[in-house]
Structure formats: structure tokens, C-alpha cells
Design a protein around this ligand. Structure first.
Ligand SMILES: C[S@@+](CC[C@H](N)C(=O)[O-])C[C@H]1O[C@@H](n2cnc3c(N)ncnc32)[C@H](O)[C@@H]1O
Length: 198
């Protein structure tokens, strides 16, 4: 997330369950936000549990999930519940400007592979590209993604393939997290009735 993008907002409410998130965020963006006069607030809470209340309290807010939704499975530790809650987010946010960058898949990768270019994708649920399937399967899309980072062995499906509504354009970004472990991230934006996405 860039400070320049954040500077476009008059008020930013940072929501994280981790109390340390606040000072890290201020370390990264505090100076820029002081320069733009943006007000920064921090709420230590579970943003998904509190989502409906937060939306009610801030009816015009734009929502951005910054590398959060890919962790949901680890928090709830129940695949069916995690996937269903992730798929309900879009309808809970209907009409809002919102975006997310999240892990799609991660796993062991060939350390000799060069960093690959992002893949642009027109996302459709259960589409022919094979992204939005239930679990990591042997589809052309999965084969393409894994081959680009030299992926091998078992890969983790973060159950986020159905986060964006059908038809949302998104970008898939390879992230060599460790020399021998890679993530594929998905970044997308859903334009609501507002127009803050840019
Ligand atoms: C991978 S880190 C990303 C941190 C930061 N956004 C970044 O990109 O550098 C995931 C963050 O999401 C927070 N998180 C995960 N689930 C959450 C939830 N349900 N509500 C609020 N925060 C959550 C974690 O505490 C952690 O700070």
C-alpha cells in the first residue's frame, strides 16, 4: 500500500487485531499522512466480525483489506467456515468501493526461478481459467501459476478464490516470499456507488 494513495483520504481507520499494527503503520505512513492532514485512527478488533457494525458507523467509507483475507483460514481453522465467510464478504460490501490484496496460493518453489510478471485476469467464478475451484486442482491455470515460480509438492490454497464477485478484474502477483517458497497474490478492486478507487 502506498502512502500517496492513503493521502487521498481525509480520515483513515486502521483496523487490526494486533496491537502492534498501529505503530508499524505510523512508521510506514505517519509522516505522509501528517503532510496531507489525514486523520488516522486505530481500532484493535476483529475486522470481519465487526464488519457490519463498522459499515453502519461509516456509511461512506471505502474498505481495503491489505493482505488480511488470505489469513482467515488460519484464524478460524475450519475450511468450510473460512471459505463460506470469505465468499460472503462481497455481498456484505455491496454498493461500497472496496478492494483487497490477498494470498491465493502458497508453497514450495524453485529458488532458481526469476521473478515473474503479474498476470492480469478477468475473474469469473468457476471460470474456464480454473482459478475459482474448490481447492488446488490440476487445471491449466494452476499449472501456469505453479510453473511460473517453479512450484512443486503440495501448495496451500488460502480459499480466497471466490472473494471477488464474478466479473471483477484482478491481477495475480507472484511473491517470492523466501528463496524456496512463493506466494501467488490476487489484487482487485470493486467499484461501488462511490468513486474513490482511482
Ligand atoms: C500478513 S499481515 C499484513 C499486514 C499489513 N497489512 C501489510 O501488508 O504489511 C496480516 C494482518 O492482518 C491482521 N488480521 C488478520 N485477520 C484479521 C481480522 N479478522 N481482523 C483484523 N485484523 C486481522 C493481522 O493481525 C496482521 O496484522
Amino acid at each position: 500500500m502506498s502512502s500517496a494513495w492513503l493521502q487521498r483520504f481525509r480520515r483513515i481507520d486502521l483496523i487490526d487485531i494486533d496491537p502492534h499494527a498501529s505503530w508499524l503503520f505510523r512508521l510506514n505512513h505517519g509522516r505522509a499522512l501528517r503532510a496531507s492532514g489525514s486523520h488516522l485512527g486505530f481500532f484493535q478488533t476483529d475486522g470481519l466480525k465487526a464488519l457490519d457494525r463498522l459499515l453502519k458507523e461509516s456509511p461512506e467509507a471505502t474498505i481495503f483489506f491489505d493482505n488480511v483475507l488470505g489469513q482467515h483460514l488460519y484464524r478460524v481453522r475450519d475450511m468450510a467456515r473460512a471459505e463460506s465467510e470469505l465468499q460472503q464478504i462481497a455481498s456484505r460490501l455491496k454498493g461500497r468501493d472496496w478492494g483487497s490484496v490477498h494470498d491465493l496460493y502458497s508453497g514450495p518453489a524453485d529458488s532458481n526461478r526469476a521473478v515473474v510478471q503479474p498476470v492480469s485476469l478477468y475473474h469469473a467464478i468457476n471460470d474456464a481459467q480454473g482459478l475459482a475451484v474448490n481447492g488446488l486442482r490440476d487445471t491449466p491455470m494452476h499449472r501456469l501459476l505453479l510453473s511460473q515460480v517453479g512450484g512443486h509438492d503440495e501448495w496451500m490454497d488460502h480459499l480466497t478464490s471466490g472473494v471477488f464477485p464474478t466479473g471483477t478484474p484482478s491481477q495475480l502477483i507472484a511473491w517470492p516470499f523466501l528463496p524456496d517458497y512463493a506466494h501467488w497474490l490476487q489484487a482487485g478492486w470493486v467499484a461501488g456507488l462511490g468513486s474513490s478507487s482511482g
